[in-house]
Write a protein that binds this ligand. Structure first.
Ligand code: F6R
Length: 638
């Protein structure tokens, strides 16, 4: 996954492209490049920067040339190591065609061999470069550009969004899209195209999401759109009212810290939104319009939420299976939500890793739904699973944070979380709002199915507000202790074990993921009951065990036994426990004690403190918290 932005129009493009690129760094930051039709000599001029912490920043300082048509790319490496040669743009032999690419060209090896055989010389080891060489041959062999592009699509397997600048066609940006998202922004005497609207959101809010399998020819005044069969495609621009203005650190040292602190408000907004979802009518279901929806009070529960997610009351009552598909942190939130749907609604719920789901046998069952959970709504594994399920005509629901995302557009219904833009690569507020959204949804389904009363539903909503309150308040309680004493102490360890049971097991997995992804400290997670089946061999004084408690009395007792078995082996024990859980607190080497919440919401209440702890351990190590090595925010490749 990579970030792409291009501009053509009445203004010089360098600053527009480079600024857009800095907003796209969440999609990858291994290297960055800029290319334009140089205003001085009318040929392609380019510059690339690779590696280090801030390639886009270095690119901005280095580029001195400019032009009226140009494009930029920020890379997350898939094929070819991170170095300057492999940074985009890539070129044909004569350097008369430049391409930037998001996605993977699966057929690149065979194409490369063929092109080498035909005399082409390659400058990089990427999959992308083959496309520039191939297009150059096809332009030579076809009488017009459109036929060359249609032919190009026949040779390429994989998922891709390409933008080409061709010296021979200086007035045109050429876009070819298959599976990877691309959005065109229409301005006045200028047009934009990018892998995310946010790249040009301050320049225009009139957008066209390019349909899958389409070719766009973009000049400063016009957009022509074609299918891969060559048919002209109609389009109608939409308006998006989202800006980049709230994507600011607001005085915090890192986005991650800001986002940890934003959780209480984000959860409250999410519940308020869910509570009033019934008040919306015609606009519901239109992905672009809901971005500006503001919650307003409603007291009755009506059917609109079912319309929003494409179901009816009867379908909810007759549901037999719920399937949830997601990746990474979203998968952990989904695993927690499994307990909600099963305990509250009594519906068997299965949770799949998107990357595995697509390659497993698929059994269609009547009265089933498939919920895709994704912060970005663009994760390739989850998106491809959604497409597979759609092709089998099953009901899909997207729960995402980005209402203009591909998943929202392609699912049968959607429920937006109200986290607001999440910039830090490590997910925090997206996780907690996913958990809150699914807790609310499970309760609402339970109400419809008669397994809880309206009064219990109200209590559950209150419980969510209380959990959000505790999430933030617990940070305040332990803030100085963590910063001054605990983070410096625990940053010295080079491995941890995380343990949980029942609802706290997927939460422990999330905690382990947070620690490893930002601090690079090795963290292994186990269900605490599994310790005795092998992993207990790892317990020693050099490997702290971090155990997350639960509020179910029976399971709590089992956890206490697990904790005792850690201590009996001289293990170092850190616990996240609740008030009154003395058996656990008393044997721990370090205990965080939180007020009690509704039992299923224990992970939500603990989320802020866990993230804050991990954040400060990493800060001690002086690592780039918002942009950990090898990662990117939106994983749009498989
Ligand atoms: C970890 C993290 C990732 C994402 C995963 C799925 O902090 O953010 O594990 O959760 O890449 O992304 P989404 O939720 O956008 O589908």
């Amino acid at each position: 996954m990579c970030g792409i932005i291009a501009y053509i129009g009445k203004r010089l493009c360098r600053n527009i492209v480079l600024e857009g690129l800095s907003r796209l760094e969440y999609r990858g930051y291994d290297s960055a490049g800029f290319v334009c039709i140089d205003n001085n000599h009318k040929h392609l001029s380019f510059h690339k920067e690779a590696g280090g912490i801030a390639p886009v920043q270095r690119l901005s300082e280095a580029v001195k040339f400019d032009g009226y048509a140009g494009m930029g790319h920020t890379r997350w490496a898939t094929h070819g190591i991170v170095d300057q040669r492999n940074a985009h743009p890539h070129f044909n032999c004569k350097k008369s065609i430049a391409v930037v690419h998001n996605g993977i060209v699966e057929s690149y090896e065979e194409l490369r061999q063929e092109l080498i055989h035909r005399g082409h010389v390659f400058s990089s080891t990427t999959d992308t470069e083959v496309v520039a060489h191939l297009l150059s041959d096809l332009i030579d062999h076809h009488s017009d550009l459109k036929s060359a592009l249609l032919d190009l699509t026949k040779h390429i397997r994989g998922a891709y969004a390409f933008i080409f600048l061709v010296e021979q066609y200086p007035e045109t940006l050429i876009v070819v899209r298959h599976r990877s998202p691309m959005v065109v922004g229409l301005g006045d005497g200028e047009n934009f195209v990018a892998s995310d609207f946010i790249a040009f959101s301050d320049k225009t809010n009139k957008v066209v999401f390019l349909p899958d399998d389409s070719i766009a020819l973009l000049s400063k005044d016009a957009l022509e759109l074609y299918s891969f069969e060559g048919k002209a495609l109609p389009y109608s621009p939409q308006q998006i009212d989202q800006t980049y203005s709230d994507i600011d650190k607001d005085g915090f040292e890192h986005f991650m810290l800001k986002e940890i602190y934003e959780q209480k408000r984000a959860i409250n907004r999410t519940i308020a939104f869910c509570k009033v979802i019934g008040s919306y009518n015609d606009e519901v279901g239109n992905p672009s319009s809901d971005i500006t929806l503001q919650p307003h009070p409603a007291t009755e529960y009506n059917d609109s939420v079912w319309r929003q997610i494409g179901l009816t009351k009867d379908k909810v009552k007759n549901l037999r299976y719920i399937n949830i598909i997601s990746a990474g942190t979203s998968w952990h939130a989904s695993r927690i939500a499994q307990f909600f749907f099963e305990h509250l609604c009594g519906i068997p719920t299965r949770v799949y890793l998107a990357s595995e789901f697509r390659y497993m046998p698929f059994f269609t069952e009547p009265n089933s739904i498939y919920i895709m959970v994704s912060q970005s709504g663009e994760t390739a594994d989850t998106l491809e699973a959604l497409r597979l399920i759609n092709s089998l005509e099953q009901h899909t629901i997207a729960i995402t944070n980005v209402a203009s995302s591909t998943m929202v557009r392609e699912a049968s219904g959607f429920l937006p979380m109200q986290a607001g833009p999440e910039i830090s690569v490590a997910s925090t507020k997206a996780f907690s709002t996913q958990v809150a959204t699914m807790y609310w949804l499970a309760n609402r389904m339970a109400l419809e199915r008669g397994t809880i009363t309206a009064e219990q539903m109200h209590t559950s909503e209150e419980d969510l507000f209380i959990a959000a309150e505790i999430l933030e308040a617990s940070i305040e309680i332990y803030k100085f202790k963590i910063m001054q004493e605990l983070a410096p102490r625990y940053a010295r360890y080079d491995r941890f074990i995380f343990l949980g049971r029942h609802v706290s097991y997927p939460f422990a997995m999330e905690a382990a993921l947070k620690l490893k992804e930002i601090s690079y400290i090795f963290a292994q997670c186990y269900p605490a009951g599994e310790l005795k089946h092998g992993p207990i061999a790892l317990i020693d004084e050099k490997t702290p065990a971090v155990l997350f408690s639960v509020l179910d009395e029976l399971i709590y007792r089992k956890l206490v036994s697990n904790a005792q078995s850690v201590k009996a082996r001289k293990g170092h024990l850190i616990v996240f426990a609740f008030e009154g859980q003395h058996e656990l607190i008393d044997i721990a080497d370090c205990a965080f004690i939180l007020p009690r919440v509704a039992p299923l919401l224990a992970p939500l209440a603990m989320a802020g403190l866990m993230q804050f702890f991990v954040y400060h351990i990493t800060r001690q190590l002086g690592l780039p918290i918002d942009k950990p090595r090898n990662l990117a925010k939106s994983v749009t490749v498989e």
